[in-house]
Ligand binder design. Structure first.
Ligand code: NI
Ligand code: MN
Length: 242
């Protein structure tokens, strides 16, 4: 990995929310659940700079703060499904870049984003109406200097994660491990095997009592299977460079 790629940092805001800061200072925000999150540290609750915001699916614990963050930071690109983008546009969010599963687009000039499947649901409550949110998705993101990472959003494990590995070769994955609404540690260990990633950052655990999966349990499940994948357990507020 080049020195510039090494200068990329990931700040875990808790739950599934990840801030990726590039060497040149540009900021990607994935799944804005910040001020509304019970675990987001106060100093991260209102980011001052977001160049691109990506949303995996329309559940409040992944986009509750999308509109307010967009109002504050005016991202150049807001990337999500057609349905999530349409909903955001209706609330005044500009620069939406809707996309569909299987497709890729280049954002901010040099960052390639591919939308990939997730096995999950997607919908938003608006008053007493439930609004269809399109498909639940994940993203594979190729940064300049070829650092490729996968943010799975909320999903079960699925064997086509092998296809994600074949097509895009991510070396780093952000995977839900909390169980109950997504895969748990046992399934996430299989996901690591399918993906062939060197490192995994566990997300979507511990935020609420029913999300019982832990990074320690994931380490144990990987070890049980002899899988050589490093578990990078980040606390909310922690910044890490791959
Ligand atoms: Ni969800
Ligand atoms: Mn969720």
């Amino acid at each position: 990995m080049s020195s510039q790629a090494a200068a990329v940092t990931f700040t875990f805001c808790g739950h599934s929310t990840v801030l990726c800061t590039l060497a040149d200072g540009r900021v990607l925000l994935i799944d804005p659940f910040l001020a509304s999150s019970p675990v987001c540290p106060p100093d991260l609750a209102q980011p001052s700079r977001v160049d691109a915001m990506l949303i995996t699916h329309a559940h409040p614990d992944h986009m509750a703060d999308a509109v307010s963050v967009a109002e504050q930071t005016k991202p150049h690109s807001v990337v999500a499904s057609y349905e999530v983008c349409a909903w955001l546009e209706g609330r005044g969010v500009g620069n939406t870049h809707p996309m569909g599963i299987g497709g890729s687009q280049t954002i901010l000039g040099d960052i390639k984003v591919t939308q990939v499947p997730a096995i999950h649901s997607s919908g938003l409550l608006d008053g007493d109406r439930l609004i269809y949110g399109g498909a639940a998705t994940g993203f594979v993101i190729r940064l300049p200097q070829d650092l490729v990472f996968y943010h799975a959003g909320d999903t079960a494990v699925f064997s086509d994660m092998r296809l994600i590995a074949d097509l895009y070769s991510p070396t780093l994955a952000f995977l839900p491990i909390g169980d109950h609404f997504t895969m748990g540690p046992r399934e996430a260990a299989h996901a690591c095997r399918f993906l062939g990633v060197e490192r995994v950052v566990p997300i979507h655990h511990g935020t609420f009592p029913m999300l019982t999966g832990t990074p320690e349990a994931l380490r144990a499940e990987l070890a049980k299977r002899g899988l050589d994948c490093q578990v990078v357990a980040l606390e909310p507020g922690e910044t890490w460079s791959p």
